[in-house]
Ligand binder design. Structure first.
Ligand code: AMP
Length: 112
């Protein structure tokens, strides 16, 4: 999608700190990290939000990639959080589906 910032990252049109990439999923560091580890996992193809997912296999690709990355980064013992903000009340600011992987500090609950 032309004006989508995450599509521009996929196309290499704007810089990002990429930590994983395959034919379906990309992962890169959040530009404004909210925890010592803050990584975003996105589908390469534009999907506006979780509400727009039509192929449920995307969930296993996205979550599976995040869980595997967390394991490889050594996050399992202390734990981590995965978050998908959806829509305005869900706190979504970028309209391209993304899963946040957060770790490295005690994360409060409930979220703000
Ligand atoms: P959300 O509020 O759930 O839509 O999260 C959007 C996230 O994208 C925020 O945590 C932003 O810091 C992050 N973000 C926005 N632009 C960029 C970018 N160019 N590179 C990396 N992360 C970004």
């Amino acid at each position: 999608m032309e004006d989508c910032i995450f599509c521009k990252i996929v196309k290499g049109e704007i810089p990002s700190n990429i930590i994983y990439s395959d034919e379906k999923i990309m992962a890169f560091r959040d530009v404004d990290p909210q925890a010592p580890t803050h990584i975003l996992f996105i589908p390469r193809d534009h999907v506006a939000s979780s509400a727009a997912v039509r192929d449920n296999s995307l969930w296993s690709d996205l979550v599976g990639c995040a869980v595997k990355t967390a394991h490889e980064l050594g996050l399992d013992p202390k734990g981590y959080r995965m978050v998908i903000n959806t829509g305005s009340e869900g706190g979504q600011s970028v309209p391209h589906l993304h899963l946040h992987l957060l770790a490295g500090r005690n994360l409060g609950w409930p979220p703000g």
